[in-house]
Design a protein around this ligand. Structure first.
Ligand code: CTP
Length: 451
């Protein structure tokens, strides 16, 4: 790891989960990487690991009791502590604490601190619990709420659990968690420093759209953050097929019908999936975007070509993500040569026929172990149309985005997405870079596959 945690202050929350036995090791790893660590425990966590061990290793007092007399002498101690840290991480996080944070139930020190964490400080949660608790709809609902609120959820590992059962729910090893903290903090702290630097060097004139400026800055830092590999290859062993970009429908040898799709969303998914360890193929319409490293690319031009290529190779893939803006209609009889003005006269009528729906074809032919994900770009009534497409095209999940919202849609580097899955569950995300949207979509797909 080229970056470490020197001078970084980490607030570590520990809850009552059997995985709390790993917390002392995590404290050691964070300190070894240069961090200063303060630990906060929920009362049940003490049944699994003692405050004494954690205070010895962290070299700081451990907070458990909200009304601890020692803490009261420090005024609004919870505000001081949540403002003190550069990042807060809860590892392991039990189903109960997860739910309380999602709903702002501040009946423990830990939830109080999480709730008073200033916006912009990374909040990382590593849920750890038995498979059935993890898969319980209420836990999944709470995870979605927290993600939507900006928390970073480290997906639990699959494997043997303390109960003897096997499935998702294990807390990842401490080096994986440490690497998440390092990656997220190096991104966030660079961003803060750059923000300060940019403000002092180049104060923004009032006429500048500061939202747009911030989005650009965020993207730049995101690019830096994304130059590294994922510490946790959560898509390792999966084969992912992606479509991207527009299609061109030929009118004659010179002209075509197209749309404004830039292909950026599909390429961001391909890039992130490859980084997360997947074997990725992208079928791209005409776009001028470089192929992400390690991704197999097949270039096509028309909707018909895209249909044939995609349906031909789909049986070899586990997950298909259809991000292309495929033309719905194509000229019935493209002309050879050039349609001449003199011949066509004052008006020209083009006869169009509908193209084949690639997503619907995959939805129809998929087997039980394949997952099909669609996109829905809507101008109005986005949720209703999105849900309708999810159903009629038999998708496992649909990513809805609105053509009219700011930081959304074609061309830009950001998107504002809503994920709806085949159970009807929905999660609304804040505007993010397309790379971040890609990570959320892939994370959701993996979680769904594990259910
Ligand atoms: N799609 C596809 N093949 C088509 C048309 C669309 O695979 N011929 C896919 C897109 O890649 C996207 C989803 O279907 O994943 C929805 O596309 P969209 O253009 O939003 O909707 P349409 O189904 O074309 O319906 P409408 O244009 O009426 O909104």
């Amino acid at each position: 790891m080229e970056t470490n945690l020197k001078h970084k202050k980490i607030l570590l929350g520990v809850t009552g989960s059997i995985a709390a036995y790993k917390s002392p090791l995590l404290v050691r790893e964070l300190i070894k990487a240069g961090a200063e660590v303060k630990v906060v425990m929920t009362p049940p966590a003490r049944e699994f690991v003692t405050p004494l061990i954690l205070s010895n290793l962290s070299m700081n007092p451990v907070v458990v009791d909200m009304f601890d007399k020692q803490m009261q002498s420090a005024g609004a101690w919870h505000i001081h502590l949540s403002h003190w840290c550069n990042a807060m991480i809860i590892a392991p996080c039990s189903a109960s604490t997860l739910g309380k944070i999602a709903h702002g139930i501040c009946d423990t020190t830990l939830v109080t601190l999480a709730t008073s964490l200033p916006r912009g400080i990374p909040f990382i949660i590593s849920p750890a619990m038995d498979t059935d608790m993890w898969l319980n709809p209420s836990t999944q609902r709470n995870v979605k709420i927290l993600k939507g609120d900006g928390a970073i959820i480290i997906p639990p590992d699959k494997g043997e659990l303390a109960s003897g059962l096997s499935g998702p729910g294990r807390m990842p090893e401490v080096d994986v968690i440490r690497d998440y903290v390092i990656n997220i903090l190096s991104y966030n702290i660079n961003k803060k420093a750059d923000d300060e630097l940019n403000k002092s060097l180049n104060p923004l004139p009032e006429s500048v759209d500061s939202d747009k400026w911030n989005a650009e800055l965020e993207l730049e830092q995101m690019k830096q953050a994304n130059s590294g590999d994922y510490p946790h290859k959560f898509l390792s062993g999966r084969k992912i097929l992606i479509t991207a970009g527009p299609t061109y429908e030929k009118i004659d040898d010179i002209r075509y019908i197209a749309n404004h799709s830039s292909g950026k969303m599909g390429f961001a998914i391909a890039r992130q999936a490859q980084k997360a360890g997947a074997d990725v193929t992208i079928i791209a319409g005409p776009v001028s975007i470089p192929t992400p490293e390690g991704v197999e690319r097949i270039d096509v031009t028309s909707a018909d070509e895209m249909y044939h290529k995609t349906t031909e190779i789909f049986p070899h893939f586990d997950i298909a993500i259809m991000a292309a803006a495929v033309a719905d209609y194509t000229p019935v009889m493209p002309q050879q040569g050039k349609i001449k003005k003199g011949v066509a006269g004052d008006s020209l009528t083009l006869e169009l026929k509908s193209t084949k729906d690639i997503l619907a074809a995959l939805g129809k032919s998929k087997n039980a172990r394949q997952m099909v994900i669609g996109f829905a770009l809507e101008a109005t009534n986005e949720l209703n149309y999105g849900r309708e497409k999810l159903k009629t095209k038999n998708c496992d999940m649909i990513v809805v985005n609105s053509a009219n919202k700011g930081r959304s849609g074609f061309g830009g580097d950001d998107n504002t997405i809503i994920i709806i899955d085949s159970n009807g569950d929905q999660i609304d995300f804040m505007p993010m870079s397309k790379d971040m949207c890609a990570i959320e979509i892939l994370n959701y797909a993996v979680e769904m596959a594990g259910r």
